[in-house]
Write a protein that binds this ligand. Sequence first.
Ligand code: ASP
Ligand code: MG
Length: 402
Amino acid sequence: MGLIVQKFGGSSVADAEKIFNVAGRVTDAYNAGNQVVVVVSAQGDTTDDLIEKANEINPNHSKREMDVLLSVGEQITISLLAMALEKLGYPVISLTGWQVAMHTDRNNMNARIKHIDTQRLQSELDQKKIVIVAGFQGINRYNDITTLGRGGSDTTAVALAAALNADLCEIYTDVDGVYTTDPRIVKNAKKLKDISYDEMLELASLGANVLHNRSVELAKKYNVALEVKSSFEKIEGTKVREVGNVEKMLVRGVTRDNNVARISVVGINDTPGKAYMLFNLMAKYNINVDVILQSIGREGTKDISFTVPRDHVEEALQILNEQIENLEAKEIKHADNVSKVSIVGAGMASNPGVAAKMFEALYEAQINIHMIATSEIKVSVLIDEKNAEKAVAAIHDKFFNN
Ligand code: ASP
Ligand code: MG
């Protein structure tokens, strides 16, 4: 017995039958004697459809009005789920972001939660009600509606779990847990029983697409016990928590990210301050730089290559070309058709054998590496995009099928 926050994603509440399926999950937890707070997303493709509708009317809409529109999706789901629970005879109440008092900053369409007043929630729970909360939405200090960024309902759920000091936050979705790699690419990907917050954060930001990044950050910060599980199958999911060496498996996952491009600044004068000038420019324009490689060029020059998100490459090239004389560089080159493939797991830096094993897998698959980056928790390589799936499969095979 305790307090459980359950979150159900858009595909889990897509139609009436699925809403009743969710109601079953909720009442199971309630009947077991728990207090239950439920967070839901908009049904199916509702959010995408709303975005399309907005663009039809005015592609230059303000973010404020967009949030008024987008928050509607979740409001539909909370009422429908509440009606389903009423029909089943349970005490229930639905609450929107402002009714909960989900206070955020003023950053429309990508707002951050600042604090939650739990009074209303607490009093509804004290009356033994199941409380259903609209995910993804809040209000700013002027009582205007805000949303938390795509996929933000996960973050609503974790924030509520933290504010209410819940015993568990269950994230129900259409996959049944977190896998060692994308099961759509690699058939024998394995489901992880446990994963640490840091590893999950890496997997989430490297494109694993299971949890909203900020929800994992929040869970780590407030030590919220998370579990990712299937809405449809009653089987164990993946626990995200501060784990020791539970599975004694160093590498926990293999990911790939196609949203990368490589830029090379060729023939820069080999004098102090050039790298500073270059990356300071990128920072000034808020362009995220990831893998960096400096190599020795000819006759007192050097080359610096680095990666940026592919959707920022045009902007980066324009900035660099404008500054090419100040940088004293000869040429700016770029490549779009690259992918970043990474292995993730705690304790990489102290185990050089892990990187060697990854490179061996790539060598055996005859895949050329353009750049390498390592950190305490991951090893990433930049390779040609056309080899990305083959690389993921080869690396996964090396680490998980021996
Ligand atoms: N409905 C929102 C979206 O589609 C939020 C969410 O699903 O978490 O991004
Ligand atoms: Mg989601």
